[in-house]
Design a protein around this ligand. Structure first.
Ligand code: ADP
Length: 410
């Protein structure tokens, strides 16, 4: 059996999935979350593959930190009624989603003291993400003693970018001093859907020029040439690039200076404005949820329409610029909550690209299939919808790293 636990730790939450990698479809044996970690009361959500579709355990728990939260997950797995294990938890490896690997990691890594130190070194450039990721690793070291752990980095896939793509127009010394540069995120998802696109096209990935659009609450777009990320829209932080649910994406940095002065905004005020109050939510004044915006646009709400126009225009512009950067384009891939579900958005993004030989097929685009080609037969550039599965990808990478390291599974 190869049972792999995947952990995604945020500052006050933890999500987990337990995969049976030996089963044909990589069965998710158990999944759930602990929310409100560090508050007076936390909540555990937990379900197993043995439960009915709508059935789950919801339990109030005390989780002052990530170690206590992981302990609750372990107890749930051992629960005599709803658990999966009797005496001990048979987890063969734990895979952690770690947001920032800086410039040190271009692939996943077996967690050692040295690896932990590098994750810690990145606290400075990923203050919101890396500390809870690190806390999750330390928690698992205590709760799942002796089980190999692997860090899968959001930034790793983009480490193939060259300087012309990742250096900003700032004094170069600032890159040397603070490591300020474009890193890019959502790497696991871009890698997964690009590999899948090559499979669907029955082509060698090494010969393909792809643009992958991960459009969820956070959104990013990546140029992948010959299987390697050559450019991506998110930057030093996930704020750069596309207009997102609540983030601005690209804009003139002078706007920040102007607003700090006019609106008397301090660091926190500005940070909240850029990351939490802008994007689709800020433009529409309705919500960060695109479904609500589409509904309002259908009722002629002008700001909802602007939000959709601005969101899609920027995606189109990025696809065009990445085609130019790669000197060609074989396929565009859509994924994430919006990319997978919003057919009208895909159509609006792709229509202006007909001049490049990308012809969308309205019928295929509207079909119920989850994974599908949406360009017309004979379209020079293809377009696909490919559901992402970051958790499964993290589980696979964890398994490969552990196998490579010489550890054998039970
Ligand atoms: P996250 O980045 O938080 O993982 P998701 O990938 O789940 O987010 O994407 C969330 C976004 O997907 C929301 O803006 C939601 O409105 C949008 N979305 C989900 N289903 C649809 C749909 N059928 N039509 C339009 N947008 C959708």
């Amino acid at each position: 059996m190869m049972k792999i636990m995947i952990l995604n730790c945020g500052s006050s939450s933890l999500k987990f999935q337990l995969f049976d990698m030996a089963s044909k479809n990589h069965t998710v044996l158990a999944k759930g979350s602990v929310e409100e970690i560090g508050h007076d009361q936390s909540v555990l959500h937990y379900k197993t593959h043995k439960m009915k579709k709508d059935e789950e355990v919801e339990k109030k728990v005390t989780a002052k930190d990530h170690t206590q939260a992981v302990d609750h997950v372990a107890r749930a797995l051992l629960d005599p009624k709803t658990g999966l294990f009797k005496e001990s938890i048979e987890v063969d490896a734990v895979g952690h989603r770690v947001v920032h690997g800086g410039e040190k990691f271009s692939k996943s890594a077996l967690i050692t003291k040295g690896v932990k130190e590098v994750i810690e070194d990145c606290f400075d450039i990923a203050p919101l993400h890396n500390p809870p990721n690190y806390a999750g690793i330390e928690a698992c070291e205590k709760i799942f003693k002796g089980v190999p752990q692997v860090a899968v980095f959001d930034t790793a896939f983009h480490q193939t970018m060259q300087k012309e793509a990742y250096i900003y127009g700032l004094p170069y010394e600032l890159y040397e001093r603070y490591h300020i540069r474009k890193y890019g995120f959502h790497g696991t998802s871009h890698e997964y859907v690009s590999n899948r696109a090559a499979e669907l096209m029955k082509k060698d990935g090494a010969k393909l020029k792809l643009v992958t659009c991960h459009l969820g609450n956070g959104a990013s777009i990546t140029a992948i040439n010959g299987g390697k990320s050559v450019d991506t829209s998110m930057g030093f932080t996930p704020l750069e690039g596309l207009v997102m649910g609540t983030r601005t994406g690209d804009m003139d940095p002078a706007v920040v200076l102007f607003l700090m002065e006019k609106e008397h905004l301090d660091f926190k005020g500005m940070n909240d404005l850029l990351n939490k109050k802008s994007g689709l939510k800020g433009i529409s004044g309705i919500s960060n949820d695109l479904r609500e915006i589409i509904e309002a646009a259908g009722k002629d709400n002008a700001r909802a329409k602007y939000a959709i126009d601005i969101f899609t225009y920027r995606i189109t512009k990025y696809i065009g610029s990445y085609a130019a950067a790669m000197g060609g384009l074989d396929a565009v891939v859509f994924t994430g909550g919006i990319g997978e579900n919003a057919a009208a958005i895909r159509e609006k993004v792709l229509k202006p690209l007909e001049f490049m030989g990308l012809i969308i097929d309205a019928k295929l685009n509207d079909s119920k299939d989850k994974e599908k080609i949406i360009s017309k037969t004979g379209s020079k550039v293809k377009a696909f919808v490919i559901p992402t599965n970051e958790e499964l990808m993290i589980a696979k990478k964890t398994m490969w790293v552990v196998e490579e390291s010489g550890n054998t599974f039970r």
